[in-house]
Write a protein that binds this ligand. Structure first.
Ligand code: FMN
Length: 436
């Protein structure tokens, strides 16, 4: 369902906190969203802007599933199927996101937040960027945090060697771009996914949930017709200092020279709703990590019987995964480790467990490590691997890809029981209502 339908549903169920007291975008709004534990919240009265702000819509797996009308169990297969079978979206003549066209751009009218005192400026962290590859014309969708510079400029964080950066280099350093704010969950998840070059990520969104597109007014790019705001413009050759900014790890990401983006035109719905997310917290984490679960699942399934994958929040929803397999061969655990690292290049640690372990319960996973794992036999340790730029303990030297050590723990029980027993013993199940 679209963003508005989901907001209405939460509101009807009494699950949306409505805040009518005037709230400032400077630190206060972030503080309130955090204090509410990222539960859905709607700020009706924003001190610095006429637009209301919504947050916390995709702050748990359960909410993400509800916003798409599916169960938790259906999520991974649904993502995998949309990744493998994108459906070309339809381009329609009119879209709600263009009900109002503002050629006289003033970005300072938007409720752009300043998250913490350590940040280099006011930031949009929820903007989904869409560009086209200048050679193939293929669309790419990605999140790029935007630091406000002035009325019509941002500095955008564009991570090297991903879709936008690759297209930008091919285009000689200048590229048209559109940023969409206030998106369906399908669009958010597809934007956070890396598909092979040339595969349309808007097609993945459309396969998750029908998402028609509309042509932008001033750039040759199509955007989801139902989003709330579209900022149209181009990435310039000019650079400026971007950061510091709170990142996925909860640690401040450093300052870098990054491209300046110029915005030429803003389109939006009538009475648009500005969607925000808290950097470094659950919404950021789930959106970032979850699309990697199907890619790990697909790789592990090539070498053994994979049952489920969970990118854990404790590992910043990016660096750690638990993989559940049905072990049939003695070396399935080790094969699954190698495949998991292939399925997610930034994965640093993974634990492979059997079917009887609840991968969503960290105590149960630790129990498997405590009772089924021997470090000198069941660990795989790799040095000097390509790693994540987000992990401050890795080698983050300027001008080269981050490198890291990696470890995989095979915490599956041996196939042939050694007589010690590897199963938990449970007590008789009773119905407590019978006992007074
Ligand atoms: C909330 C959120 C914020 C993100 N911020 C950025 C960012 O500022 N810059 C960036 O390059 N990637 C960012 N990412 C990661 C990209 O969206 C992600 O790597 C994307 O899948 C890359 O897609 P591509 O390989 O198809 O270009 C962010 C992801 C999320 C979920």
């Amino acid at each position: 369902m679209g963003l508005r339908t989901f907001i209405e549903m939460l509101d009807k169920n009494g699950e949306l906190a409505r805040i009518r007291t005037p709230v400032s975008t400077e630190y206060e709004m972030a503080g309130i969203i955090n204090a509410l534990g990222e539960a859905p919240v709607y700020f009706e009265n924003v001190k610095e802007s006429n637009y209301p702000v919504v947050a916390g819509l995709v702050s748990s797996k359960e909410r993400i599933c509800r916003s798409m009308g599916i169960t938790k169990e259906q999520l991974l297969p649904k993502l995998l199927s949309a990744i493998q079978n994108p459906i070309p979206p339809q381009v329609v003549e009119e879209g709600a996101c263009q009900e109002v066209v503002e050629a006289d751009v003033d970005l300072t009218k938007l409720p752009i937040m300043r998250y913490t005192e350590r940040d280099g400026g006011k930031y949009i962290a929820s903007a989904v960027a869409i560009i086209k590859d200048p050679e193939s014309g293929a669309r790419n969708m990605c999140f790029h945090r935007l630091m406000l510079k002035d009325k019509n400029h941002f500095v955008a964080r564009i991570v090297e060697n991903r879709g936008t950066d690759t297209a930008l280099k091919k285009a000689g350093g200048e590229l048209e771009i559109a940023f969409c704010i206030g998106n369906s969950t399908a669009t958010l998840l597809a934007a956070a996914t890396t598909l092979p070059m040339g595969v349309d990520e808007l097609g993945m969104a459309n396969a998750l949930e029908k998402s028609d597109l509309v042509k932008c007014k001033t750039v040759d790019i199509e955007v989801p017709a139902d989003c709330e705001f579209v900022l149209e413009g181009w990435i310039t050759k000019e650079k400026a200092s971007e950061g510091p900014f709170l990142d996925l790890t909860g640690i401040v990401d450093r300052e870098r020279q990054q491209p300046i983006v110029e915005i030429n035109c803003i389109t939006h719905r009538q009475n648009p709703i500005y969607q925000t997310i808290l950097a470094g917290k659950n919404e950021h984490k789930f959106l970032m990590g979850m699309p990697k679960e199907p890619t790990i699942f697909a790789e592990v399934s090539k070498v053994c019987d994979c049952k489920d994958v969970y990118i854990t929040p404790g590992g910043c929803s990016w660096l750690h995964a638990v993989v559940q397999i049905r072990k049939q061969n003695a070396d399935d655990g080790k094969k699954a480790i190698a495949a998991a690292f292939k399925g997610h290049g930034s994965l640093k640690h993974c634990v492979i467990v059997d079917e009887d372990i609840n991968i969503y319960d960290p105590h149960d996973v630790e129990w498997a490590i405590a009772t089924r794992f021997q470090a000198d036999k069941n660990a795989v340790i790799l040095s000097n691997q390509p790693g994540s730029s987000l992990d401050p303990s890795g080698d983050l030297s300027e001008g080269k890809k981050a490198t890291t050590a990696k470890a995989g723990l095979d915490a599956t029980a041996p196939l042939v029981s050694t007589g010690k027993g590897f199963k938990k013993v449970d007590y008789m199940k009773v119905d407590l209502t019978k006992y007074k």
